[in-house]
Design a protein around this ligand. Structure first.
Ligand code: PRX
Length: 653
């Protein structure tokens, strides 16, 4: 069933869950007036949150807005690592646990206090300097979910270096592209990563990436000894992490950073083949991520044990595993592995052992838990949980209800948070002490954010209508540009509706109460298990294979992963369609981009369905892949192709 159809199927009463009185009574925010107040003076609202941070020099102006370029907290200076570490230690919280780290191998754990984290961050920051990394230099980080990952990010932030974390599931080619685009001076990696009891090599992928990179920007590779996998170390270039920090001082002065200095670049898929380097800066980013973590999750740093079960390789991990939680002095759980290793109760075992109170995960994970069965969560004590969050893709109402019934105590609020790599922090979400929630809806814009669903012409739609999701006011953690390509920044986000309207690329619907239901991408971006994938990027990877002449890729609905990748290819003369070639093409895409980009199926066809003017009809391909009725096909030049493909799809389903 489509997301929209599932929503329609619920009665209005069934779909509204107001906060309980007990929850509202203890909530950080419970007065709905906050929405109007923040609206009336959004700059003042955000400035109030910025004041909770430690500034080295106060700002002169809250916002300078020359659409589409924003500067927040102009003239202010601060250091993020100082805010995440030193500030807490100086206030006496040095012994507080920052991370309960849990390795994938059962029994392997590390408890890291704020003081310990600060010491190691300083040691590594000094090591970075010793290897010639300074303010403004780019550092690529290609690490699994181990403590050295936040250490490396914070060490960069401490000295003003710009990190670019590359998800460790990406291929050497993807890493090479990102190293080149950012001109990274250093790469930080590990020998390998633990994945479902196996060891996956990472250092060798870095070696390949440096080989493949067209530039020669990389001077140093730092390697964490994680798995003991055999690797080769290149003399003069490669250095072990433990050797790099050995003997370094545990003190390193935090660099004074301008509020608008770049904190990091994070690449994300767009509608063209080339990933976009999303640029985030310092003061506004930390302001919004900390405010949203506190208010969206009703965070009580003194008592909560918070677990965002994302990977730090994506923006969710940057904002809500590393920066906001540490700046808010949170005690977090950080987990290295998969939810089903060694068994399908791993998450619930972790929740029980650490007494997790706030859990933040993705709809795809929830659907997998549903499939595995309620006996796994039921076998553990999950009564510590009090707030549940979801992120990354639309959550189907069934999964939402299952989350409520089987994971949280029945009255634990669920916050469905809509945001993007580009937005840096939450944008649309219920506030758990104020906003009623409805299964499948992200409800309403966070205070201070102006989200408007508009029609084709850019006019706001009425309740009950669908349209495009836009943001019509600057926000502190907004992306500032695309690294090295400001024109693309303007064209991608600001051109569709003009002026100062940010176009998110998502379709959305307003319901009769004015709640926002995000329906998914309306561009050539797919969402597979909450991961953004570009159709064009995968098409380019396919035609890169010697056998493929032309390709078209679509995201089709999938019960488990939200969307799955269906590829359609025509072959170069002399190549024959076969199961072996299909398998080879999937592997090839995996090598080009990463395993997450592998198509679920590859259809071979003598031609792609095209209009008479030669345009590929992707809409039809999606309908073919989903086995739904074909829409208008009157402009189709080659109807026979479509019939044959429909038959092939029917055979697979
Ligand atoms: O389509 C929306 C979907 O994920 C996209 C952003 O992906 P990414 O930049 O990788 O960031 C994901 C984590 C913040 C959006 O354009 N999306 C994200 N959250 C939701 C969502 N769709 C519906 N509901 C959500 N809560």
């Amino acid at each position: 069933m489509s997301h929209e159809a599932a929503i329609e199927n619920l009665s209005r009463e069934e779909r509204t869950f107001p906060p309980t009185e007990a929850f509202a009574a203890q909530a950080n925010l419970s007065d709905p007036a906050v929405y109007e107040e923040a609206d009336a003076d959004f700059e003042g609202w955000w400035a109030g949150h910025a004041e909770k941070l430690r500034w080295m020099k106060p700002w002169d102006t809250v916002l300078e807005w020359e659409a589409p370029h924003a500067k927040w907290f102009v003239g202010g200076t601060l250091n993020i690592s100082d805010n995440c570490l030193d500030r807490h230690i100086e206030s006496g919280a040095g012994d507080k646990v920052a991370y309960h780290w849990e390795g994938e191998p059962v029994g392997e754990t590390r408890t890291i206090t704020y003081s310990q984290l600060k010491d190691e961050v300083c040691q590594f920051a000094n090591a970075l300097k010793a290897h010639g990394v300074g303010k403004g230099d780019r550092v690529a980080i290609y690490l699994p979910m181990i403590p050295e990952l936040p250490v490396a990010m914070l060490a960069c932030a401490r000295i003003g270096a710009i990190h670019s974390v590359v998800f460790a599931g990406f291929s050497s080619q993807s890493l090479a592209d990102r190293i080149d685009d950012a001109d990274a001076k250093m790469v930080i990696t590990s020998d390998g990563a633990n994945r479902r009891g196996k060891q996956i090599p990472l250092k060798s992928a870095v070696d390949e990436a440096i080989e493949k990179a067209s530039g020669d920007s990389v001077e140093t590779v730092v390697v964490v000894d994680r798995t003991g996998l055999a690797i080769s170390m290149q003399d003069g270039r490669d250095v072990w992490y433990h050797e790099a920090i050995a003997g370094q001082s545990t003190e390193c002065a935090a660099e004074e950073m301008d509020a608008e200095d770049v904190l990091y670049i994070l690449y994300t898929s767009g509608t063209t083949g080339k990933p976009k380097g999303i640029v985030h800066t310092t003061g506004g980013y930390l302001t919004q991520t900390t405010a949203t973590q506190r208010l969206t999750f009703d965070l009580k740093p003194d008592t909560d044990v918070y677990w965002c079960a994302a990977d730090i390789g994506w923006v969710t991990g940057h904002s809500y595993i590393v920066y906001a939680p540490l700046a808010n002095q949170t005690t977090s759980v950080m987990y290295e592995g998969t939810p089903d290793f060694p068994d399908k109760d791993r998450f619930w075992d972790i929740v029980e052992r650490y007494g997790v109170t706030i859990l933040y995960t993705a709809p795809t994970a929830i659907r997998a838990f549903m499939k595995w069965g309620a006996e796994y969560p039921e076998s553990k004590d999950l009564s510590s949980l009090r707030v549940l969050g979801t992120v990354g893709e639309p959550i189907n109402p069934e999964a939402w209800m299952w989350y409520r019934e089987h994971i949280g105590p029945e009255d634990a609020p669920i916050v469905d948070t809509w945001w993007q790599t580009e937005t840096g922090g939450h944008m649309i979400t219920p506030l758990p002490g104020i906003t009623a929630s409805k299964p499948g809806s992200a409800m309403r814009a966070f205070p201070g954010i102006k989200a408007v669903v508009v029609d084709d012409l850019g006019d706001p739609v009425e309740p009950g209508q669908g349209g495009y999701l836009t943001i019509q006011r600057p926000w502190p953690s907004m992306l500032r540009t695309i690294w090295g390509d400001d024109q693309r920044f303007k064209d991608t986000y600001w051109a569709r509706f003009g002026g100062d309207t940010y176009f998110a690329g998502d379709g959305a619907k307003l319901d009769e109460d004015g709640a926002i239901w995000v329906l998914g991408r309306v561009d050539d971006v797919m969402n597979v298990s909450g991961h953004r994938m570009s159709t064009t990027e995968i098409e380019s990877a396919l035609v890169d294979h010697e056998s493929v002449a032309e390709s078209a890729v679509v995201g089709r609905a999938d019960d488990l992963t939200g969307q799955a990748i269906s590829a359609f290819v025509t072959l170069v003369g002399g190549y024959e369609a076969s199961d072996e070639l299909e398998a080879e093409l999937k592997v090839h895409v995996g090598e080009q981009i990463g395993k997450i980009a592998r198509p679920a199926e590859v259809y071979f066809t003598p031609d792609l369905p095209k209009t008479r003017s030669g345009k590929i009809m992707r809409r039809l391909l999606k309908q073919i892949a989903e086995g739904t009725e074909l829409g208008d096909a009157t402009t189709l030049a080659n109807p026979d192709i479509v019939t044959a493909l429909q038959e092939a799809a029917a055979k697979r389903s």
